[in-house]
Write a protein that binds this ligand. Structure first.
Ligand code: SF4
Length: 227
């Protein structure tokens, strides 16, 4: 069963990595790779779509907005290589869902246990703003990963965009409004749980604190019956 699950996830990952459905984002992922900030100059960028990453037996699926131009688009792993990734991974580590508190690159030894991380839009969008069409084009990959990850009970959505994407994918009608801490039971029996996005804009202003992130994952574990 677990091997079959891993195989399905691997096949989904292959499809994602080869995807060129959104011309604007195909161009942007390459443009970002061609003009890195000075601190990443000379690095070989992944510059392809980024599949989800984590434990095939995950109970918690963490859904972010989109791949970061100089994070996942550089490193080739979801939620890896920028400040958002480190903030999130530190919280996963404190919750017992990650074996280390930072997510630096694909060779850093990060292992998630009971969790899976991905973005609703798997390529980086200009100004971190994907269009509704790009979101919709990418949703089948969320469906494919969730279908393979049969144990997922809770989807932690980071920010309103991810919340809406999960609600659309899960068939929640009418779409519930985003509010930090909101919960919605989906027709598939999974709960989606809302958290502010742990990007620098929200963490530096104090809109989202580490204590709030910890409370989110405590609640997610409770909902999984693991608290
Ligand atoms: S955003 Fe998603 S659908 Fe669009 S090109 Fe990237 S992987 Fe494909």
């Amino acid at each position: 069963m677990s091997d079959n699950r891993s195989l399905r996830l691997a096949r989904t990952a292959e499809r994602i990595v080869a995807c060129e459905r959104c011309p604007r984002l195909v161009a942007w992922r390459q443009e970002a790779a061609a003009s890195p900030p000075a601190r990443f100059a000379g690095q070989a960028y992944w510059a392809r779509p980024v599949p989800g990453h984590g434990d095939p037996k995950a109970r918690i699926y963490v859904l972010a907005l989109a791949t970061a131009a100089h994070g996942g688009n550089r490193t080739g792993r979801a939620l890896t290589g920028n400040a958002t990734a480190d903030r999130l991974t530190a919280a996963l580590h404190r919750a017992g869902l990650a074996n280390r508190p930072t997510s630096v690159d694909r060779g850093d030894g990060l292992r998630l246990t009971g969790a899976w991380t991905a973005s609703a839009v798997r390529c980086p969008p200009p100004a971190d703003r994907p269009t509704a069409e790009e979101r919709d084009a990418c949703l089948p990959y969320l469906t494919a990963e969730l279908d393979a990850l049969a144990d997922v009970a809770v989807i932690v959505t980071l920010g309103a965009f991810a919340w809406d994407a999960a609600a659309l994918q899960g068939g929640l009608r009418p779409r519930p409004p985003f509010r930090h801490g909101a919960e919605a039971l989906r027709p598939d029996g999974r709960t989606q749980l809302a958290c502010y996005h742990p990007g620098r804009r929200n963490t530096s202003t104090g809109l989202l604190t580490d204590a709030m992130l910890d409370a989110t994952f405590r609640r997610a574990l409770e909902l999984c019956g693991r608290a």
